[in-house]
Structures are given as C-alpha cells and as structure tokens.
Design a protein around this ligand. Structure first.
Ligand code: ADP
Length: 210
C-alpha cells in the first residue's frame, strides 16, 4: 500500500466541486496529518500493525481475515490457537481486540477485533462497531504502536451498510486520537475505489453538519 493520502489531501482533491466553506480544512483541522486513507490490500501495509476483521473463533475465515492468515503464514494461526487454549477459551467477543505478532506480514503486529453482524441496526451494532476501532487503538497504544491500518470492519460478510459504518469508524478513530499521542498514523484501507468514495462521502456529510 503506497497510495496512502492524508484525509486533508483526499478531501482537498474532492473540493474542486462547488461547496460552501473549505471542507478539507474543517476535516483536517481535527487531527492534522494523523488520519490517512487508501485503496489497496491491507496485508501489504508497511507499518507497525494491521487490524484483522476476525470472527470470534480467531482461527481464520474468509475476506480480509483469510487474506491476513495467508499472508502471515502458519505462525499466526498457531498463536491464535494458543490464545483460544489459554486466555480466550470462548473466543473473542464482538467489540473487543487482542494483539498477536504479524508472522510473515510486513506489519509487526495484527490487532484482531470482531465486528458486529448487521441485524438491522437495533441490536447495538453501531456501538459495537465503534468499540472495535476504540479497543483496537487502545490495544495498539498500550504496545507503543505508532502506525496502524484498518479494513472496513463488518462491511463484508457481516453486512454492515458501508455508508453507516464509515462515519462510525471515522468518529471513533478521531475521538481516540484526541485522547492519545499514539498511534501517530491511522490508515483506513479500502478494498476498492468505490468503498473509499463512500467513506469520503460520509466525511462530507459530517463536515457539512458542523
Ligand atoms: P466482516 O466479516 O467483518 O464483514 P470481511 O472480511 O468480509 O469482514 O470484509 C470487511 C471489509 O474488508 C470489506 O469491505 C472487504 O471488501 C474488505 N477487504 C477484504 N479483503 C481485503 C484486503 N485484502 N484488504 C483490504 N480490505 C479487504
């Protein structure tokens, strides 16, 4: 992933369209230079940690989870098995996070978190999704992790609507960074351009509401 751009630059690139006020500045003023976004394969992130949208069993799965396990190699699965046999016999609850080593990944660590399955939005899905981001950042900060990349948690097989997930993800990250000097860099990595655009659209809406 070498196409990471700060949100300030991404939003500035879009503000060629006529809008009232300077949207790039109103977003960027929150946490200048610490939040980035890109289109790419999360497993190629060259930084301290990537976040896995895992399932509570922690033993691998489809989507980004499968891609991370394939890229990390068998040591990741072995460490996840040890975690299940020791500290988490019942698995990792939704909204929580736990850190392992990154195996053969370029990232040194994997922060595993379990997103909510979308059941229509009345089962606490929004709070659980926000908790995934907050708890992942808390776990990362506790280890001194300086740079971390997130996938769009729950927006694949778990069915969370992307346009609803985006402002929750951004809001949780922004709120955490207001309370902590680390991580210094947080990247939202999207699988395709359309998903990045949905994310940026939701930031437009947030900034227009201010
Ligand atoms: P969940 O079960 O939490 O919904 P998924 O892995 O099914 O998790 O999907 C989460 C998001 O990750 C989806 O938006 C999907 O497009 C994206 N995704 C899948 N593989 C990758 C990858 N290699 N890099 C970045 N994002 C990915």
């Amino acid at each position: 992933m070498r196409n990471e751009l700060s949100l300030e630059d991404l939003m500035a690139g879009r503000s060629a369209a006529p809008v009232g006020g300077n949207r790039a500045a109103s977003i960027g003023d929150d946490r200048p230079g610490r939040i980035f976004a890109c289109v790419g394969d999360l497993t190629e992130f060259e930084g301290d940690a990537i976040v896995n949208a895992a399932n509570s069993g922690l033993l691998g799965g489809g989507g980004v989870d499968g891609a991370i396990h394939r890229a990390a190699g068998p040591s990741l699965l072995a460490e996840c098995r040890r975690i299940r046999e020791t500290v988490l016999p019942d698995g990792l609850p939704a909204g929580k996070a736990i850190v392992t080593a990154g195996g053969k990944l370029k990232a040194l660590h994997v922060v595993h978190t379990v997103g909510p399955v979308w059941h229509g939005g009345k089962s606490g899905e929004e709070e659980t999704l926000a908790s995934c981001y907050t708890e992942s950042l808390r776990a990362a900060a506790a280890l001194g992790i300086e740079s971390i990349a997130f996938p769009a948690i729950s927006t694949g097989v778990y069915g969370f609507p992307k346009s609803l997930a985006a402002p929750i993800a951004y809001g949780a990250v922004r709120a955490f960074l207001e309370t902590s000097r680390i991580p210094r860099k947080v990247v939202f990595a999207f699988h395709d351009r359309g998903d990045l655009e949905i994310f940026l659209d939701s930031l437009d809406i947030i900034s227009e509401k201010r």
